[in-house]
Write a protein that binds this ligand. Structure first.
Ligand SMILES: Cc1cc2nc3c(=O)[nH]c(=O)nc-3n(C[C@H](O)[C@H](O)[C@H](O)COP(=O)(O)O)c2cc1C
Length: 331
């Protein structure tokens, strides 16, 4: 059971924090399609303290997406505690500490997976954050820095001891980045040493993987990252598998295209039309995957700068798909 603060969800399916992906528009789309808990992208603690406008924007959450966690990162004990207090003012359901980011710049500053270099220091930093806020604090981390330095059992116990309310384990090491097979075998072992909820992350790319991850690990939650990009109905399909044993309602072209447009419409409200339309380009291949003429439509969309034109192309395309038998339109 994923029990954190007021959240109590059996077999929770969570949308991962993802930089430049998990903004409020994408979080809401995923939520509407069945994500139980969503997270902001990681938010830099120093940027929050400096009052950077760009960083503060990343804290924006809305009621409809709850339960939502704000994820913060940094390596300074005082700055992380101050950042947590700033994030708390936005009243998320939880605050998550990033102890898993593998990116060189982040790790070199001792943040993200860099915290795994020194578990006692990491524990001190996390304790300070826990003590600075009244919201529940969770941690997302990796198995270790590399295969020779996996200390996750010790790290998990240390974090539980200082009051962390749940752990998400990206079952890769720092050196693996996002490549290679995630090793879910660690999850049952971690669950043996801590009582707090443990969420499995890494390599959950299909709705079937969600069920497999629950069955194989006994985790309290499964977190999806890349598997949701351009494919937010993974939550909808995974829920069907968990509840009914199979996918009972297929995702048709109507849902795909309407979801693509809804996502863009929401994104425009957050970032304005120009930026939203430009940034939406990275989602088209996912949203149109498997549909006839997808590459041609995608090519057309890549040249568009206004929402109205995107809508026009996609709705006409949908009409065409619905009016012509599929055999005739497949190229
Ligand atoms: C584009 C992108 C951005 C990411 N940004 C974050 C982030 O801000 N915070 C975080 O904890 N992890 C971040 N991650 C890592 C994911 O949350 C997740 O741990 C990782 O992708 C493994 O899951 P997957 O195999 O299901 O993709 C990011 C991953 C991707 C692909």
């Amino acid at each position: 059971m994923f029990s954190v603060g007021k959240i109590n969800i059996e077999k929770a399916i969570l949308l991962a924090p993802m930089e430049d992906i998990s903004d409020v528009s994408f979080r809401l789309v995923c939520k509407e399609l069945g994500a139980d808990v969503v997270y902001t992208e990681f938010v830099n603690s120093e940027g929050l303290i400096r009052k950077s406008e760009k960083t503060h924007k990343k804290l924006e959450i809305i009621e409809e997406e709850r339960p939502v966690g704000i994820q913060i990162y940094g390596s300074g004990i005082d700055s992380m505690a101050s950042a947590a207090k700033i994030a708390e003012k936005k009243n998320p359901d939880l605050i998550d500490i990033n102890a898993g980011c593998w990116v060189k710049n982040v790790v070199a500053h001792g943040a993200g997976a860099g915290l795994l270099k020194d578990p006692p220091f990491m524990q001190k930093l996390v304790k300070e954050v826990v003590d600075s806020v009244s919201l529940p604090v969770t941690v997302k981390t990796r198995l270790g820095l590399d295969n020779d330095s996996i200390q996750i059992l010790d790290v998990a116990k240390r974090l539980e001891d200082v009051g962390v309310k749940a752990l998400t384990i990206h079952c890769r090491t720092r050196v693996m980045g996002h490549k290679g097979e995630a090793d879910w075998d660690w999850i049952p072992r971690i669950k043996e040493v801590v009582k707090i909820p443990v969420v499995v992350n890494g390599n959950v790319l299909t709705p079937q993987d969600v069920q497999k991850a629950f069955n194989e690990t006994g985790a309290d939650g499964v977190m999806i990252a890349r598997g949701a990009i351009g494919n937010p109905w993974i939550f909808y399909e995974a829920k069907q598998i968990l509840n009914h044993g199979s996918i009972t309602s297929i995702v048709d072209e109507n849902l795909k295209i309407k979801t693509c447009l809804r996502h863009l419409h929401l994104a425009i409200k957050v970032k304005g039309e120009k930026r939203a339309v430009l940034e939406h380009r990275k989602f088209y291949s996912g949203y149109l995957k498997g549909l006839p003429f997808a590459s041609q439509i995608r090519k057309e969309l890549m040249a568009i700068m206004e929402y109205n034109f995107v809508e026009d192309i996609l709705l006409k395309y949908l009409e065409r798909l619905q009016n012509e038998p599929v055999e005739e339109v497949i190229t």
